[in-house]
Design a protein. Structure first.
Lengths: 375, 214
């Protein structure tokens, strides 16, 4: 449908597009993404000849766009921009009908188009057609911006960060709507964004660009699984399962080392005293050689404890352990699938290194997402 | 003689002068509009020329009206024609400046959107730029008109007639009634034109651009 063949463009000395070649299939939702200045918008604007490349050819349906009249070409390609660009001096209806009017559609057909399109985004004709853009919310304005691009049923629609200026909730809704409309009307959409979440959500194919070149062109799934380089990985951020450094984290990185411990021979009363002073309801019990023997809970003591007896008699075997050099992920998984509130972390010689509690795990997760949290 | 009696006695003369004055203003502002708007549009298409052109027109504007009329007298003789030429030149600048800034101030996103959806340059001008610049252009015309009402009183000096005739007659014969009979109507005329154009501006401002509630 759209084919770039060795397209280059520079402004002064800066090379914006560097020998770019790729192809977009009919009906495909292609998202161009990359750091600012990577050439994604330039690529987009090359398609409707708002920008003329210095070198190379662009074909649409096998026809070189250079040989077509730019104005006629643009009327067959929808165009949506971030600033929306609805004409403030025209009503919603007039805005939607700009291109059909330029193409001199008969009036009945225009009426039909407006009603049909407004229905598509659940903005009833009677309520909305005669409003001016200034009377609409940002989300509604951009819905009309999208409808304006669709009005003359162009097979291709170009969108340049169309939702960049909208609040997150409105953006979500519009992403869904546009995706639905695209599937329903089977449009080929070329969409520029710098938001990877948006790209992953909407794209059939993501084209990741940097320095005027394509770094990777792949489906969202493929890009998540095999990002071509570190820049893409960093763009994927939290969407990627490994690659954010989390795989290097060990159980010991999350453990608490201040742990209440007692030898088997300790007296029960002393243990109760320790636990109540530290306000915890279980403690670690050690063998004579300081290796891990088990745990004891305040409940067990209350139930079976006799004054004067030793703590070793009450040891419970209901606990889970893991080596301190095990991956943190494994520790978390074990803890999550167990009924216990903590997992005991052991040193190599079976001595106790510390433990990870459920709260500790939640805090670690929180900090990974939002940085340092108050404890 | 009391002023009101004077007016009653010379009604025909005053009305004739007033009519002549209106004619001077309307024709020269019309000529100004016809020159300034296309020129303003042209300058927005050739921005590099805009600075020098606006500069030159600005300098011309600073030449005192009396001097310009003197030149016009030398070049074109006496009567209506030299006065109209001079007044038209003066009316160009405010309109030109406002047309130019009005169009250049149209947000680029509108022009980008218009281009991107396939408008030709002429269509962008007619459907987007001029409507959006209209408030600014009309306020230029308003400024121009108010100026010209007062400049036109000088035109009496070179025999173009108008309310200036009465003022100059009054000055040379030391007759206050003549002076007032020229000055008061021209002040009223300035207000009237300004109000009329203000009304026009409201009608011509696209509804979507008007502030809600006005």
């Amino acid at each position: 449908m759209i084919k770039f063949q060795q397209v280059s463009k520079s402004y002064g000395k800066a090379l914006i597009l560097d020998n770019l070649s790729f192809e977009i299939k009919k009906g495909e939702f292609v998202v161009l993404i990359g750091p600012s200045g990577c050439g994604k918008t330039t690529t987009l604007r090359t398609i409707n000849r708002l920008i003329e490349p210095d070198k190379g050819e662009v074909y649409i349906d096998g026809k070189n766009i250079k040989e077509q009249d730019p104005v006629a070409l643009r009327r067959t390609i929808g165009y949506v921009i971030q600033q929306i660009g609805l004409f403030p001096n025209m009503t919603v209806e007039q805005n939607i009908l700009v291109v059909p009017k330029l193409l001199k559609y008969p009036k009945e057909k225009c009426d039909e188009i407006v009603r049909e399109l407004l229905n598509l985004v659940n903005m009833p004709y009677e309520e909305n057609a005669h409003k001016y853009p200034s009377e609409l919310s940002g989300g509604q304005q951009q819905r009309i911006g999208v409808l304006r691009a669709l009005a003359a049923s162009p097979p291709i629609v170009l969108m340049d960060e169309p939702f960049g200026a909208l609040d997150p909730i409105t953006r979500d809704a519009l992403q869904e709507e546009v995706k639905r409309i695209q599937r329903k009307l089977k449009k080929t959409i070329v969409f520029v964004t710098h938001d990877m979440e948006e790209a992953l959500r909407m794209a059939d194919t993501i084209v990741f660009m940097n320095n005027g070149k394509i770094v990777q062109m792949a489906s969202p799934e493929e890009m998540l699984r095999n990002p071509a380089d570190d820049l893409i990985k960093s763009f994927m951020g939290r969407h990627i399962s490994n690659g954010n450094g989390a795989e290097g984290l060990l159980a010991e990185d999350f453990m608490r080392t201040k742990v209440l411990k007692a030898h088997k021979t300790a007296h029960i009363l002393a243990c109760i005293d320790m636990m109540s002073r530290r306000d915890v309801n279980s403690m670690i019990v050690l063998n004579e050689d300081d290796t891990f023997a088990g745990t004891v809970s305040i409940e067990a003591i209350k139930e079976h404890g006799k004054a004067g007896s030793e703590i070793g008699d009450l040891i419970s075997t209901e606990f889970i352990t893991i080596g301190r050099k095990s991956p943190a992920r494994e520790a978390f998984e074990k803890l999550l699938s167990s009924p216990y509130n903590y997992i005991v972390i052991l040193n190599e010689k079976n001595t106790v290194a510390g433990l990870i509690t459920r709260t500790g795990m939640a805090k670690a997760m929180g900090e990974a997402l939002w940085g340092e949290l108050p404890s | 003689m009391k002023f009101l009696d004077f007016i009653a006695a010379n009604r025909a003369l005053i009305l004739e002068c007033l009519w002549r004055h209106i004619l001077l203003v309307v024709i020269s502002v019309a000529v100004g509009i016809i020159i300034a708007i296309p020129l303003g549009v042209l300058l927005t298409r050739h921005k590099r020329a805009a600075g020098p052109v606006l500069g030159v027109v600005g300098v011309v504007q600073t030449i005192p009206g009396l001097v310009m009329l003197g030149f016009a007298l030398l070049l074109f003789g006496i009567g209506l024609k030299p006065a109209l030429i001079v007044l038209s030149i003066y009316s160009v600048l405010p309109i030109l400046r406002n047309a130019y800034t009005g169009i250049t101030d149209v947000e680029v996103s509108y022009v980008d959107a218009a281009r991107g959806i396939g408008m030709t340059g002429g269509q962008i001008l007619r459907k987007v730029e001029l409507p959006l610049a209209m408030p600014s252009i009309i306020s230029g015309i308003r400024i121009s008109t108010v100026y010209i009402v007062s400049w036109a009183t000088l035109a009496g000096l070179i025999g173009a007639g108008g309310l200036g005739d009465l003022i100059w007659t009054g000055l040379s014969t030391y007759n206050t009634n003549y002076i007032l009979a020229g000055a008061v109507p021209s002040a009223i005329l300035a207000f009237a034109f300004s109000g009329l154009i203000g009304l026009f501006q409201r009608v011509l401002t696209p509804r979507g651009l008007r502030r809600r509630g006005t």
